[in-house]
Design a binder for this molecule. Structure first.
Ligand code: UDP
Length: 459
């Protein structure tokens, strides 16, 4: 923990600070990480923006510290992840410094040992340093995707970036199994701002006391090996976080439990679960094609359509007329699902996902094969790993068209190939279960042990 202060030698009740970006895909793993470290004897102080605050009642064992961020709904509506991060960096620096001052003038037993923050919260670095507070970062993507981000300078040097339309199918020699079109820069409207954001993110990680991943080495061993060699600080892949203990719900939206009672009435492995996460949106045309594709596949489906997730339209207007009558008995639509429980349900046969990292990992943990429709950023990388390295899914990326959709759904749900893919997904599920256990010789178990010993020893 070079230059970033010392940790106390006893962890018993020692305080750790956590600070996440207020987005579902970031907040959930940060809360889970805090719960894991709480179970190891630490006290947890969870710092957050008032905007998209976590539900503190679900975590009575933590203390919550809202910052006076003055972020309004209108300011944050529709912002991309990195624009939101910039806004928070702008607004939260002073309140964060004030809060740390309180912690450090407080009685000695309340003084924090370390901060766990999102690397997108760049202002935390200098402020933590000024208090000699060790800072770890939780990177909420996979290791493979982070390796790509940290290779941006190389990718620019070798002219893979900015992406040229003529190169899309070309392999990225330095980063197998990726093609140019899998790089997380595809479709980025302002490459300069995006590259700056990525380079700051990587710099935050490089100057931290260690980078934590909600992933496991048995899954991402080759990316991990490269990162370990090239990265200047320790890397701790200690996931899947939610396998240490059943997670409390950290959803911003209320999960619709009728989806579970509906699944209870379905045959084993007969339902495809369709969800594109908490951020991605669909064009009306895409929504229509998905609806017809699902209907024409003849398969049963549970589909999450988040409020506001179809550009400029509500769900009723976006779906084909009489759609629910047409698919009665075999289709069910909710605004938000209890995804962990859905994926673990015996009726689920496949997951049609946007390949957000949390969704990818949750699917792996339940041995559910995937249809991968990435929309942006690291989802492209996760899709490529799922379909080409782990071979637990099929890609459905460019042809969001009803006949193609019906064909791909049947390929996974009905055809022989689907059975083989499911078997590989089940093998990976077993590895995920073992990695967090001592008896399974798990790499994540060992990695958590080294994080603990780093936390409990002085630098
Ligand atoms: N999720 C959920 N219910 C839903 C859809 C998503 O609980 O109906 C959760 C899902 O379990 C995951 C998170 O939302 O933990 C989405 O994170 P991910 O990284 O997959 O994608 P993002 O939303 O960040 O694009």
């Amino acid at each position: 923990m070079e230059g970033e202060g010392e940790l106390g030698s006893s962890i018993n009740g020692g305080r750790l600070l956590f600070f996440s970006l207020p987005l579902q895909g970031h907040m959930t793993p940060m809360l889970h990480l805090a719960a894991i470290l709480h179970s190891k004897g630490f006290s947890i102080s969870f710092i957050h923006t008032k905007f998209n605050a976590p539900n503190s009642s679900k975590y009575p064992q933590f203390t919550f510290h809202p910052l006076s961020d003055h972020l309004s709904e209108s300011e944050t509506a529709g912002l991309s992840v990195f624009d939101l991060a910039y806004l928070i960096n702008d607004k939260c620096s002073e309140p964060f410094r004030d809060l740390l001052t309180e912690f450090f003038t407080d009685s000695s037993e309340n003084r924090p040992y370390a901060l766990f923050s999102d690397p997108a919260l760049t202002f935390t670095r200098d402020i933590a340093k000024s208090f000699a507070l060790p800072r770890f970062v939780l990177r909420t993507s996979g290791i493979g995707a982070f390796l790509v981000y940290s290779s941006f300078p190389l990718l620019q040097e070798k002219h893979y970036l900015p992406i040229q339309a003529s190169q899309l199918e070309q392999s990225v020699g330095d980063l197998p199994p990726l093609r140019v079109k899998d790089l997380p820069a595809i479709g980025v409207p302002d490459m300069e701002t995006f590259t700056k954001y990525i380079s700051e993110l990587v710099e935050e990680a490089k100057t931290s006391s260690g980078v934590i991943f909600n992933s496991f080495e048995e899954l991402e061993d080759s990316a991990m090996a490269v990162l370990r060699q090239t990265f200047p600080v320790p890397i701790y892949p200690i996931g899947p976080f939610h396998l240490y203990s059943p997670p409390n719900s950290s959803s911003y939206l209320t999960p619709d439990r009728t989806s579970i009672s509906w699944l209870d009435k379905q045959a084993p492995k007969s339902v495809i679960f369709v969800s594109f996460g908490s951020v991605a949106s669909l064009k009306q045309r895409e929504c229509l094609e998905i609806a017809w594709g699902l209907a024409n596949s003849g398969c049963h489906f549970l589909w999450v359509i988040r409020p506001g997730s179809i550009s400029g339209m509500n769900r009723q207007d976006a779906l084909p007329e009489q759609f629910m009558d047409m698919v009665e008995g075999r289709g069910y639509i909710v605004e938000w699902a209890p995804q962990h429980d859905v994926l673990a349900h015996p009726a689920i046969g496949a997951f049609w996902t946007h390949c957000g990292w949390n969704s990818t990992l949750e699917s792996i943990c339940e041995g559910v094969p995937m249809i991968c429709t990435p929309r942006f950023a690291d989802q492209m990388v996760n899709c490529r790993y799922a379909t080409n390295a782990w071979t637990i899914g099929v890609e459905l990326r460019d042809g969001l068209e009803r006949d193609n959709i019906a064909k791909v759904v049947r390929r996974l749900m009905v055809e022989e190939e689907g059975l083989e893919i499911r078997q590989r997904a089940l093998d990976l599920k077993m590895k995920a279960k073992l990695t967090v256990t001592q008896n399974g010789g798990g790499a994540s178990f060992e990695s958590l042990k080294s994080l603990m010993s780093c936390l409990s020893s002085s630098s």
